[in-house]
Design a protein around this ligand. Structure first.
Ligand code: AMP
Ligand code: GLY
Length: 424
Protein backbone atom coordinates (compact mmCIF):
# COMPACT_ATOMS: atom_id res chain seq x y z
CA UNK A 1 0.00 0.00 0.00
CA UNK A 2 1.18 3.52 -0.78
CA UNK A 3 0.85 6.01 2.08
CA UNK A 4 0.91 9.79 2.38
CA UNK A 5 1.73 11.55 5.67
CA UNK A 6 0.76 15.23 5.93
CA UNK A 7 3.03 17.53 7.94
CA UNK A 8 6.71 18.27 8.37
CA UNK A 9 7.59 18.17 12.08
CA UNK A 10 9.13 15.71 14.48
CA UNK A 11 5.72 14.10 14.91
CA UNK A 12 5.47 13.39 11.20
CA UNK A 13 9.02 12.01 11.00
CA UNK A 14 8.12 9.64 13.86
CA UNK A 15 4.86 8.62 12.14
CA UNK A 16 6.68 8.01 8.85
CA UNK A 17 9.42 6.05 10.64
CA UNK A 18 6.91 3.69 12.29
CA UNK A 19 4.92 3.28 9.05
CA UNK A 20 8.09 2.54 7.07
CA UNK A 21 8.93 -0.34 9.45
CA UNK A 22 5.70 -2.12 8.50
CA UNK A 23 5.99 -4.40 5.44
CA UNK A 24 2.47 -3.35 4.36
CA UNK A 25 3.94 0.02 3.39
CA UNK A 26 5.16 0.18 -0.21
CA UNK A 27 5.76 3.74 -1.33
CA UNK A 28 5.75 6.43 1.38
CA UNK A 29 5.27 10.16 0.77
CA UNK A 30 5.49 13.02 3.28
CA UNK A 31 4.15 16.50 2.49
CA UNK A 32 6.06 18.69 2.99
CA UNK A 33 8.38 16.58 5.19
CA UNK A 34 11.88 17.54 6.35
CA UNK A 35 15.48 16.33 6.00
CA UNK A 36 14.70 13.34 8.23
CA UNK A 37 11.68 12.13 6.29
CA UNK A 38 13.67 12.48 3.05
CA UNK A 39 15.77 9.51 4.22
CA UNK A 40 12.80 7.12 4.40
CA UNK A 41 10.14 8.61 2.15
CA UNK A 42 9.70 10.93 -0.80
CA UNK A 43 9.06 14.51 0.29
CA UNK A 44 6.35 16.24 -1.70
CA UNK A 45 5.98 20.02 -2.04
CA UNK A 46 2.29 20.08 -1.22
CA UNK A 47 0.36 22.36 1.14
CA UNK A 48 -1.24 19.98 3.67
CA UNK A 49 -4.13 22.43 4.20
CA UNK A 50 -5.05 22.58 0.52
CA UNK A 51 -7.74 19.88 0.36
CA UNK A 52 -8.03 20.00 -3.42
CA UNK A 53 -4.30 19.55 -3.93
CA UNK A 54 -4.10 16.72 -1.37
CA UNK A 55 -6.98 14.83 -2.99
CA UNK A 56 -5.51 15.35 -6.47
CA UNK A 57 -2.10 14.05 -5.39
CA UNK A 58 -3.60 11.07 -3.53
CA UNK A 59 -5.67 10.16 -6.60
CA UNK A 60 -2.79 10.56 -9.03
CA UNK A 61 -0.49 8.34 -6.93
CA UNK A 62 -3.13 5.79 -5.93
CA UNK A 63 -2.59 6.46 -2.22
CA UNK A 64 -4.22 3.85 0.04
CA UNK A 65 -4.06 5.80 3.30
CA UNK A 66 -3.50 9.46 4.19
CA UNK A 67 -2.23 10.08 7.73
CA UNK A 68 -2.84 13.66 8.87
CA UNK A 69 -0.25 14.87 11.42
CA UNK A 70 -1.20 18.43 12.47
CA UNK A 71 -4.59 19.90 13.39
CA UNK A 72 -4.77 22.67 10.78
CA UNK A 73 -5.57 20.40 7.79
CA UNK A 74 -8.20 18.61 9.88
CA UNK A 75 -9.88 21.87 10.87
CA UNK A 76 -9.69 22.93 7.20
CA UNK A 77 -11.67 19.82 6.18
CA UNK A 78 -8.94 17.80 4.48
CA UNK A 79 -10.19 14.52 6.00
CA UNK A 80 -13.74 15.30 4.77
CA UNK A 81 -12.46 15.93 1.24
CA UNK A 82 -10.46 12.69 1.21
CA UNK A 83 -13.39 10.69 2.55
CA UNK A 84 -15.70 12.22 -0.07
CA UNK A 85 -13.19 11.12 -2.71
CA UNK A 86 -13.21 7.57 -1.34
CA UNK A 87 -9.61 7.74 -0.03
CA UNK A 88 -8.94 6.24 3.41
CA UNK A 89 -7.78 8.83 5.92
CA UNK A 90 -6.50 8.71 9.48
CA UNK A 91 -7.85 11.87 11.14
CA UNK A 92 -11.25 13.32 12.03
CA UNK A 93 -13.72 15.39 10.02
CA UNK A 94 -13.76 19.16 10.47
CA UNK A 95 -16.93 18.80 12.55
CA UNK A 96 -15.21 16.37 14.94
CA UNK A 97 -12.00 18.45 14.95
CA UNK A 98 -13.98 21.16 16.75
CA UNK A 99 -12.99 19.25 19.91
CA UNK A 100 -9.65 21.00 19.43
CA UNK A 101 -10.70 24.06 17.41
CA UNK A 102 -13.23 25.46 19.89
CA UNK A 103 -12.89 25.42 23.66
CA UNK A 104 -16.54 26.39 24.25
CA UNK A 105 -17.69 23.58 21.94
CA UNK A 106 -15.60 21.12 23.96
CA UNK A 107 -17.00 22.46 27.23
CA UNK A 108 -20.55 22.02 25.93
CA UNK A 109 -19.84 18.47 24.79
CA UNK A 110 -18.24 17.67 28.17
CA UNK A 111 -21.27 19.09 29.98
CA UNK A 112 -23.64 16.96 27.88
CA UNK A 113 -21.41 13.90 28.44
CA UNK A 114 -20.97 14.50 32.17
CA UNK A 115 -17.16 14.62 31.75
CA UNK A 116 -15.36 16.44 34.59
CA UNK A 117 -13.48 19.59 33.58
CA UNK A 118 -12.74 23.03 35.08
CA UNK A 119 -15.68 25.35 35.85
CA UNK A 120 -15.92 27.93 33.07
CA UNK A 121 -17.75 30.85 31.49
CA UNK A 122 -17.47 32.26 27.96
CA UNK A 123 -17.59 35.91 26.89
CA UNK A 124 -17.92 37.73 23.56
CA UNK A 125 -17.11 41.17 24.96
CA UNK A 126 -14.47 42.65 27.26
CA UNK A 127 -16.76 44.38 29.82
CA UNK A 128 -18.62 41.26 31.04
CA UNK A 129 -15.39 39.22 30.99
CA UNK A 130 -13.63 41.75 33.24
CA UNK A 131 -16.67 41.88 35.52
CA UNK A 132 -16.58 38.08 35.79
CA UNK A 133 -12.92 38.21 36.91
CA UNK A 134 -14.03 40.29 39.90
CA UNK A 135 -15.97 37.20 41.04
CA UNK A 136 -13.38 34.54 40.25
CA UNK A 137 -10.30 36.24 41.67
CA UNK A 138 -6.94 34.57 40.96
CA UNK A 139 -5.31 32.24 40.09
CA UNK A 140 -7.55 31.83 37.07
CA UNK A 141 -7.07 30.72 33.46
CA UNK A 142 -7.94 32.90 30.45
CA UNK A 143 -8.19 31.21 27.03
CA UNK A 144 -8.89 32.37 23.50
CA UNK A 145 -11.74 30.15 22.27
CA UNK A 146 -10.18 29.22 18.94
CA UNK A 147 -6.86 27.85 17.68
CA UNK A 148 -4.07 30.25 18.61
CA UNK A 149 -0.98 28.17 17.83
CA UNK A 150 -0.60 27.22 21.49
CA UNK A 151 -0.36 30.84 22.58
CA UNK A 152 -3.98 31.52 23.50
CA UNK A 153 -3.82 30.29 27.13
CA UNK A 154 -2.81 32.47 30.09
CA UNK A 155 -2.54 30.84 33.50
CA UNK A 156 -2.88 34.07 35.49
CA UNK A 157 -1.45 34.20 39.01
CA UNK A 158 -3.03 37.61 39.70
CA UNK A 159 -6.26 39.37 38.77
CA UNK A 160 -4.23 42.06 36.92
CA UNK A 161 -2.56 39.44 34.76
CA UNK A 162 -5.95 37.89 33.99
CA UNK A 163 -7.44 41.28 33.07
CA UNK A 164 -4.48 42.00 30.79
CA UNK A 165 -5.03 38.66 29.02
CA UNK A 166 -8.73 39.45 28.53
CA UNK A 167 -7.90 42.88 27.10
CA UNK A 168 -5.21 41.45 24.82
CA UNK A 169 -7.62 38.85 23.42
CA UNK A 170 -10.34 41.41 22.67
CA UNK A 171 -7.71 43.77 21.20
CA UNK A 172 -6.97 41.06 18.63
CA UNK A 173 -3.76 39.51 20.00
CA UNK A 174 -4.97 36.05 18.86
CA UNK A 175 -6.88 37.20 15.79
CA UNK A 176 -10.31 35.68 15.28
CA UNK A 177 -9.46 32.93 17.81
CA UNK A 178 -9.71 35.53 20.60
CA UNK A 179 -13.07 37.06 19.62
CA UNK A 180 -14.52 34.78 22.28
CA UNK A 181 -12.76 34.26 25.61
CA UNK A 182 -13.17 31.42 28.09
CA UNK A 183 -12.43 32.08 31.76
CA UNK A 184 -11.70 28.88 33.65
CA UNK A 185 -11.13 27.65 37.14
CA UNK A 186 -7.43 27.03 37.81
CA UNK A 187 -6.98 23.31 38.39
CA UNK A 188 -4.17 21.92 40.54
CA UNK A 189 -2.57 18.51 40.13
CA UNK A 190 -0.21 16.76 37.74
CA UNK A 191 -0.75 16.88 33.97
CA UNK A 192 -0.51 13.89 31.67
CA UNK A 193 -1.91 12.85 28.29
CA UNK A 194 -3.89 9.80 27.27
CA UNK A 195 -4.04 8.81 23.58
CA UNK A 196 -7.08 6.91 22.34
CA UNK A 197 -7.88 5.71 18.83
CA UNK A 198 -11.51 5.85 17.81
CA UNK A 199 -13.17 4.67 14.58
CA UNK A 200 -16.48 6.34 15.39
CA UNK A 201 -17.59 3.45 17.60
CA UNK A 202 -14.76 1.58 19.31
CA UNK A 203 -12.24 3.38 21.51
CA UNK A 204 -8.79 1.83 21.94
CA UNK A 205 -6.20 3.40 24.29
CA UNK A 206 -2.69 3.34 22.79
CA UNK A 207 -0.55 4.92 25.46
CA UNK A 208 0.12 7.76 27.87
CA UNK A 209 2.78 10.46 27.95
CA UNK A 210 3.93 13.53 29.81
CA UNK A 211 5.66 16.48 28.21
CA UNK A 212 7.74 19.42 29.40
CA UNK A 213 6.28 22.65 28.05
CA UNK A 214 8.71 25.16 29.56
CA UNK A 215 11.88 26.11 27.70
CA UNK A 216 14.41 25.66 30.51
CA UNK A 217 15.53 23.21 33.18
CA UNK A 218 13.42 22.98 36.30
CA UNK A 219 10.28 23.64 34.21
CA UNK A 220 11.14 27.36 34.09
CA UNK A 221 11.11 29.91 31.28
CA UNK A 222 8.52 30.56 28.60
CA UNK A 223 6.01 28.01 27.32
CA UNK A 224 6.99 26.17 24.14
CA UNK A 225 5.45 23.56 21.88
CA UNK A 226 7.19 20.97 24.09
CA UNK A 227 10.87 20.43 24.98
CA UNK A 228 10.66 16.72 25.70
CA UNK A 229 8.34 13.89 26.62
CA UNK A 230 8.25 10.37 27.93
CA UNK A 231 5.90 7.41 27.84
CA UNK A 232 4.32 5.85 29.79
CA UNK A 233 3.29 8.51 32.33
CA UNK A 234 3.58 6.95 35.81
CA UNK A 235 0.85 9.26 37.17
CA UNK A 236 -1.65 7.56 34.82
CA UNK A 237 -2.05 4.39 36.84
CA UNK A 238 -4.45 1.69 35.63
CA UNK A 239 -7.10 3.20 37.94
CA UNK A 240 -6.59 6.74 36.61
CA UNK A 241 -6.68 5.46 33.01
CA UNK A 242 -9.95 3.60 33.67
CA UNK A 243 -11.48 6.71 35.27
CA UNK A 244 -10.39 8.86 32.32
CA UNK A 245 -11.68 6.36 29.76
CA UNK A 246 -15.02 5.67 31.40
CA UNK A 247 -15.65 9.16 32.79
CA UNK A 248 -14.26 11.39 30.03
CA UNK A 249 -13.19 9.78 26.75
CA UNK A 250 -15.96 7.24 26.12
CA UNK A 251 -18.86 9.55 27.14
CA UNK A 252 -17.45 12.34 24.93
CA UNK A 253 -17.02 9.97 21.97
CA UNK A 254 -20.59 8.72 22.50
CA UNK A 255 -21.86 12.31 22.60
CA UNK A 256 -20.03 13.11 19.35
CA UNK A 257 -21.62 10.07 17.67
CA UNK A 258 -25.04 11.03 19.07
CA UNK A 259 -24.66 14.48 17.47
CA UNK A 260 -24.05 12.87 14.08
CA UNK A 261 -20.37 13.89 14.06
CA UNK A 262 -18.54 10.71 15.16
CA UNK A 263 -14.84 11.12 15.95
CA UNK A 264 -12.43 9.03 13.85
CA UNK A 265 -8.73 9.35 14.52
CA UNK A 266 -6.59 9.81 17.60
CA UNK A 267 -8.07 11.70 20.51
CA UNK A 268 -5.41 13.23 22.75
CA UNK A 269 -6.90 13.89 26.17
CA UNK A 270 -4.88 16.36 28.25
CA UNK A 271 -5.67 15.48 31.85
CA UNK A 272 -5.12 17.13 35.22
CA UNK A 273 -4.82 14.44 37.87
CA UNK A 274 -5.37 15.39 41.48
CA UNK A 275 -5.51 12.79 44.25
CA UNK A 276 -6.05 10.04 41.67
CA UNK A 277 -8.97 11.78 39.95
CA UNK A 278 -8.54 12.99 36.34
CA UNK A 279 -10.27 16.05 34.92
CA UNK A 280 -10.04 17.20 31.31
CA UNK A 281 -7.77 20.18 30.51
CA UNK A 282 -8.22 20.00 26.75
CA UNK A 283 -8.61 17.68 23.80
CA UNK A 284 -6.43 17.61 20.73
CA UNK A 285 -7.56 15.73 17.65
CA UNK A 286 -4.11 14.50 16.56
CA UNK A 287 -0.91 13.14 18.07
CA UNK A 288 1.17 15.51 20.18
CA UNK A 289 4.57 16.75 19.15
CA UNK A 290 6.88 15.54 20.80
CA UNK A 291 4.51 12.93 22.33
CA UNK A 292 4.23 11.13 18.96
CA UNK A 293 7.99 10.54 18.98
CA UNK A 294 7.79 8.46 22.18
CA UNK A 295 4.52 6.74 21.26
CA UNK A 296 5.74 5.74 17.79
CA UNK A 297 9.01 4.48 19.19
CA UNK A 298 7.07 2.23 21.58
CA UNK A 299 4.42 1.06 19.09
CA UNK A 300 6.76 0.60 16.12
CA UNK A 301 5.38 -1.00 12.96
CA UNK A 302 2.01 -1.91 14.53
CA UNK A 303 1.18 1.82 14.51
CA UNK A 304 0.31 1.44 10.81
CA UNK A 305 -1.98 -1.55 11.45
CA UNK A 306 -3.75 0.43 14.18
CA UNK A 307 -4.18 3.50 11.95
CA UNK A 308 -5.50 1.31 9.11
CA UNK A 309 -7.97 -0.38 11.49
CA UNK A 310 -9.03 3.06 12.75
CA UNK A 311 -9.55 4.48 9.25
CA UNK A 312 -11.37 1.32 8.15
CA UNK A 313 -13.77 1.10 11.10
CA UNK A 314 -12.17 -2.16 12.31
CA UNK A 315 -10.86 -1.16 15.73
CA UNK A 316 -13.29 -3.59 17.38
CA UNK A 317 -11.00 -6.44 16.41
CA UNK A 318 -7.68 -4.57 16.81
CA UNK A 319 -5.24 -5.18 19.66
CA UNK A 320 -2.23 -3.29 20.92
CA UNK A 321 0.79 -5.51 21.41
CA UNK A 322 2.21 -3.89 24.53
CA UNK A 323 5.85 -4.19 25.49
CA UNK A 324 7.06 -3.44 29.01
CA UNK A 325 9.12 -0.57 27.67
CA UNK A 326 9.70 3.13 28.12
CA UNK A 327 10.62 5.89 25.70
CA UNK A 328 11.93 9.40 26.26
CA UNK A 329 12.62 12.21 23.82
CA UNK A 330 14.74 15.35 24.20
CA UNK A 331 14.01 18.27 21.85
CA UNK A 332 16.97 20.19 20.44
CA UNK A 333 15.85 23.74 19.69
CA UNK A 334 17.55 26.79 18.20
CA UNK A 335 19.02 29.13 20.83
CA UNK A 336 16.44 31.83 21.51
CA UNK A 337 13.42 29.59 20.90
CA UNK A 338 10.51 30.15 21.58
CA UNK A 339 11.52 33.79 20.90
CA UNK A 340 13.49 35.04 17.88
CA UNK A 341 16.22 32.58 16.94
CA UNK A 342 18.78 31.92 14.25
CA UNK A 343 18.27 29.61 11.34
CA UNK A 344 20.41 28.30 8.55
CA UNK A 345 23.11 26.57 10.68
CA UNK A 346 24.47 23.32 9.32
CA UNK A 347 24.10 20.43 11.77
CA UNK A 348 26.86 17.85 11.94
CA UNK A 349 27.32 14.41 13.39
CA UNK A 350 23.92 13.03 12.46
CA UNK A 351 25.07 10.33 10.05
CA UNK A 352 27.39 8.81 12.68
CA UNK A 353 24.53 8.26 15.13
CA UNK A 354 22.81 4.92 15.69
CA UNK A 355 19.30 4.67 14.26
CA UNK A 356 17.40 1.55 15.30
CA UNK A 357 14.32 0.45 17.21
CA UNK A 358 15.79 1.84 20.44
CA UNK A 359 17.53 5.01 19.28
CA UNK A 360 16.42 7.55 16.75
CA UNK A 361 16.96 11.25 16.13
CA UNK A 362 13.73 12.52 14.60
CA UNK A 363 13.92 15.71 12.57
CA UNK A 364 11.54 18.65 12.88
CA UNK A 365 12.70 22.01 11.47
CA UNK A 366 15.38 20.78 9.07
CA UNK A 367 16.00 20.84 5.33
CA UNK A 368 18.67 19.30 3.15
CA UNK A 369 20.83 21.90 1.44
CA UNK A 370 23.69 20.73 -0.79
CA UNK A 371 23.65 17.40 0.98
CA UNK A 372 23.88 18.95 4.46
CA UNK A 373 21.21 19.06 7.15
CA UNK A 374 20.37 22.69 7.91
CA UNK A 375 18.28 23.98 10.85
CA UNK A 376 15.26 26.00 9.74
CA UNK A 377 12.86 25.96 12.67
CA UNK A 378 12.58 26.59 16.40
CA UNK A 379 12.32 22.95 17.40
CA UNK A 380 14.79 21.18 15.15
CA UNK A 381 15.50 17.61 16.34
CA UNK A 382 14.04 15.09 18.83
CA UNK A 383 16.63 12.69 20.24
CA UNK A 384 14.59 9.65 21.25
CA UNK A 385 15.53 6.56 23.21
CA UNK A 386 13.66 3.44 24.20
CA UNK A 387 14.60 0.97 26.92
CA UNK A 388 13.44 -1.53 29.49
CA UNK A 389 13.39 1.26 32.08
CA UNK A 390 12.83 5.00 31.84
CA UNK A 391 16.40 5.51 33.00
CA UNK A 392 17.74 3.42 30.13
CA UNK A 393 15.54 5.30 27.64
CA UNK A 394 16.79 8.58 29.09
CA UNK A 395 20.45 7.57 28.83
CA UNK A 396 20.00 6.58 25.20
CA UNK A 397 18.17 9.80 24.31
CA UNK A 398 20.78 11.98 25.99
CA UNK A 399 23.67 10.07 24.40
CA UNK A 400 22.14 10.97 21.02
CA UNK A 401 21.47 14.59 21.96
CA UNK A 402 25.07 15.08 23.21
CA UNK A 403 26.51 13.63 20.00
CA UNK A 404 24.74 16.12 17.72
CA UNK A 405 27.16 18.78 16.51
CA UNK A 406 25.12 21.98 16.55
CA UNK A 407 26.52 24.93 18.52
CA UNK A 408 23.42 27.01 17.67
CA UNK A 409 21.11 24.62 19.50
CA UNK A 410 20.19 23.87 23.10
CA UNK A 411 18.26 21.22 24.99
CA UNK A 412 16.96 20.66 28.49
CA UNK A 413 19.03 18.39 30.74
CA UNK A 414 16.20 17.26 32.99
CA UNK A 415 13.56 15.65 30.77
CA UNK A 416 11.75 13.01 32.80
CA UNK A 417 12.79 14.38 36.23
CA UNK A 418 9.36 13.92 37.72
CA UNK A 419 8.98 10.31 36.62
CA UNK A 420 12.55 9.51 37.65
CA UNK A 421 11.78 10.69 41.17
CA UNK A 422 13.87 13.88 41.10
CA UNK A 423 12.97 17.44 41.93
CA UNK A 424 12.82 20.33 39.47
P1 AMP B 1 -4.45 24.16 26.79
O1 AMP B 1 -3.98 24.80 25.50
O2 AMP B 1 -5.90 24.31 27.06
O3 AMP B 1 -3.90 22.78 26.99
O4 AMP B 1 -3.65 24.94 27.92
C1 AMP B 1 -2.24 24.98 27.93
C2 AMP B 1 -1.72 24.66 29.29
O5 AMP B 1 -2.25 25.58 30.24
C3 AMP B 1 -2.16 23.30 29.82
O6 AMP B 1 -1.36 22.27 29.36
C4 AMP B 1 -2.04 23.53 31.30
O7 AMP B 1 -0.69 23.43 31.72
C5 AMP B 1 -2.50 24.94 31.47
N1 AMP B 1 -3.92 24.99 31.78
C6 AMP B 1 -4.94 25.09 30.89
N2 AMP B 1 -6.13 25.10 31.53
C7 AMP B 1 -5.87 25.01 32.84
C8 AMP B 1 -6.68 24.99 34.01
N3 AMP B 1 -8.02 25.12 33.95
N4 AMP B 1 -6.08 24.89 35.21
C9 AMP B 1 -4.71 24.81 35.28
N5 AMP B 1 -3.90 24.84 34.22
C10 AMP B 1 -4.46 24.93 33.01
N1 GLY C 1 3.09 18.80 22.89
C1 GLY C 1 1.81 19.39 22.93
C2 GLY C 1 1.03 19.29 21.69
O1 GLY C 1 1.40 18.67 20.72
O2 GLY C 1 -0.07 19.87 21.68
Amino acid sequence: MDILVLGGGGREHALAWAIRRNPKCDRLFVAPGNAGTAALARNVALDPEDAGAVVAFARAEGIGLVVVGPEAPLVAGVADALQAAGIAVFGPSAAAARLEASKTFTKEVCAAAGAPTAAWAAFDAEGPALAHLAHTGAPVVVKADGLAAGKGVTVAATADEAAAAVRAAFAGAFGAAGARVVIEEFMTGEEASLFVLCDGETALPIGTAQDHKRAFDGDTGPNTGGMGAYSPAPVVTAEVEALALEGIVRPVLAEMARRGTPFRGVLYAGLMIDAGRPRLVEFNVRFGDPEAQVLMMRLGAQALDLMLACAGGRLGSARVDWAEDHALTVVLAARGYPGPHGRGDAIGGLDRLPADSGRMVFHAGTVLRDGRVVATGGRVLSATGRGATLDEARERAYALAEAVDWPGGFFRRDIGWRALGGTA
